[in-house]
Design a protein around this ligand. Structure first.
Ligand SMILES: [Zn+2]
Length: 152
């Protein structure tokens, strides 16, 4: 009886741990969106990544393959987590970019979440800020941007 209670507790605990490791509560919506968008395209990724918020110098985010951890820069991301949908899209695409590295994607050109070319989309705005602007201002481009991201 006691053993089965322990086993039941372990089973319940492992069901609760949805990502295997740790996802910062404030980024859970973006991480959920990543898995949902992937699954809607028939891509199943393992839920074993750590996603955290910490101070980084000169980066929006980074992925560390050794620790299997995506780290988003607190200075960049925390001011954007205020409920504004435009800001949320920025957070979402930044998290997608780093999860893209986790999924083995590399930087590339064109209209891509994985593009860090400052001239992206003809706007001189640095990194993938151009992608965020396109995603925010032109909802008709969102599916195409996400398709490009997940299908490469
Ligand atoms: Zn990158």
């Amino acid at each position: 009886m006691r053993l089965s209670l322990i086993i039941l507790t372990l089973v319940l605990f492992s069901c609760e741990e949805r990502y295997g490791l740790y996802v910062d509560d404030r980024l859970e919506i973006a991480v959920d969106d990543f898995y949902k968008e992937a699954e809607s395209r028939g891509i199943i990724y393992p839920k074993n990544v750590t996603v955290e918020i910490k101070k980084l110098h000169g980066l929006i985010g980074q992925y560390n393959r050794d620790t299997n951890t995506v780290t988003m820069n607190a200075d960049w991301i925390l001011p954007k987590l205020d409920g504004d949908s435009l800001n949320y899209n920025g957070v979402k695409l930044a998290v997608f970019h780093e999860l893209g590295h986790w999924a083995g994607k590399r930087h590339r050109g064109g209209r891509s979440i994985m593009n860090t070319n400052p001239d992206f989309g003809g706007c001189k705005c640095g990194d993938f800020v151009g992608t965020m602007q396109l995603y925010n201002k032109y909802p008709e481009h969102r599916k195409e941007i996400l398709d490009e991201f997940f299908n490469h």
